[in-house]
Design a protein around this ligand. Sequence first.
Ligand code: NAG
Ligand code: NAG
Ligand code: NAG
Length: 368
Amino acid sequence: MRMISLLYPLLLIAPLAFAHGIAGIISSTSDLSTLNSIINEYPEILSALASANGTFFAPSNDALDAFISAVGGPTAVTPDAIQDLIDYHLSPLTHAAEALSTAGGALVSTRLLDEAYANLEGVANVVFASAYGSTGQDTALGALKVYSGVGESATVTRPDLEFEGGLVHVIDRVLNFPRNCTKTAEVASLSTLFEAIEKTNLTEVVDTTAKFTCFAPTNEAFAAAGIDLSALSNDQIVDALKYHSIVGDVGYSTAFEDGKEYQTLLGVPVTVHKRDGQLFINDVAVQQGNVIMSNGVAHVLSGVLTPPAGVTTASGASGTETSTAPGASGTGTAGASTAGSGAIPLRAQGFSSSDIVAALLTLYFMFA
Ligand SMILES: *[C@@H]1O[C@H](CO)[C@@H](O)[C@H](O)[C@H]1NC(C)=O
Ligand SMILES: *[C@@H]1O[C@H](CO)[C@@H](O)[C@H](O)[C@H]1NC(C)=O
Ligand SMILES: *[C@@H]1O[C@H](CO)[C@@H](O)[C@H](O)[C@H]1NC(C)=O
C-alpha cells in the first residue's frame, strides 16, 4: 500500500489534465486517491476508464487499503487482477442510486467476462444492488448496498457522481469476485454443505454446471434438523442436495416470484414466498440472499428443505426424476415430478451445453 501511496503525488501531475469520464471523477475525488494512483500505473485501464460509459462502483481509499492488505500487499495485485477488478466494478448501463434503491433490489450486469470468475456460458457476472437487504425484501428502506461474491457487502457512501457518460458511486468495500459453488461454501463457512458435496463426489457437477442456483443451509440449520451426514447413505445425501438445487435460468431473488413453484433437480418443486420482509423457500427463510457465484447464485438458508413425504428417488431402482429449469418467467411445473418409466426427461430449457447435461445426467442419475 505504502508503495502505491508514495507514488501518488508524482503521478497526479501528468494525468490530471487529461482525465475524462470515470477517470476524471476518480482523479478529482479525494476519497478515491488510492484508486487514482493505481489506475494511473496502467495506461490502458486509465484510458478505458476515461472513455467508458455506464456505472462505476468506485472503492474508497479505506476499501482499497483493506483489500490490498487482505490479498497480501500491493505486489500481490497483478495487472490482470486489477483489470478484472475494474471490470467487475463497471456496469455498461447507467444506474442511478435511486433506481437501484427500489423495493426488491436490482441486478446489475458488469463487464467482467473473465473465465475464472464469469458466469458460465459467457454471461457477464452480475452484482445485486439493494437498499432492502440481501434478498431485497426488507420492509424498510436502508442503505444502498452492493452484494457480490461471498463475503461482506459494500455500502454506497457517495452516490451519483456524474460524468458525461454515466455515474460513479463510491463504495466502502471492494466487491468480491464470484467463486464457484464449493469455494463459496468453503469461504462462507458452510462446512456441512461442503462436506455433503465432497462426500458424494459432486464437486465438479456443482462447480461446472452453468446457471446453478444453490440453496445452502447453514451448519446450524443442518444441526437443528438433526442431520448427521455420517448416518446417511450417499443416495440420501444426493437426494437432499438435488432438492436444494435448481438448474436453468439463475434464481436471483429478482427472478423469483411470490407464490410460484420452481423445479429442483430432485424433480419436486419448491415454492417461493416473499412475505413478512423475507424471502422463503418453502417455509424456510433465506438468511443471506444473492451470494453471486461464478456459475450462478447461492441463497443461504436458515433451515434445511425437506421434500414432501413419500418422495424417494435415489433409494430404489424405480426412482425417476424429472427436472425442469425455472423459466425466466418463473413458472415451475408442479406436475412434472411424475414417477414412472425409466426414462429421464431432463429437458430443461436452461441447458444448452450437451457436455454439461451429459456430465450432470451421469453423475446425478448413477445413484438413482
Ligand atoms: C460513450 O458515449 C458517447 C456518447 O454518448 C460515445 O460517443 C462514446 O463512444 C461512448 N463510449 C464508449 C466506450 O462506448
Ligand atoms: C472451484 O474454485 C476453486 C478456487 O477458485 C478451484 O481451486 C477449484 O478447482 C474450482 N472447482 C472446479 C471443479 O473447477
Ligand atoms: C468423482 O467425479 C469425477 C467427475 O466429476 C469422476 O471423474 C470421478 O471418477 C469420481 N470419483 C468417484 C470415486 O466416483
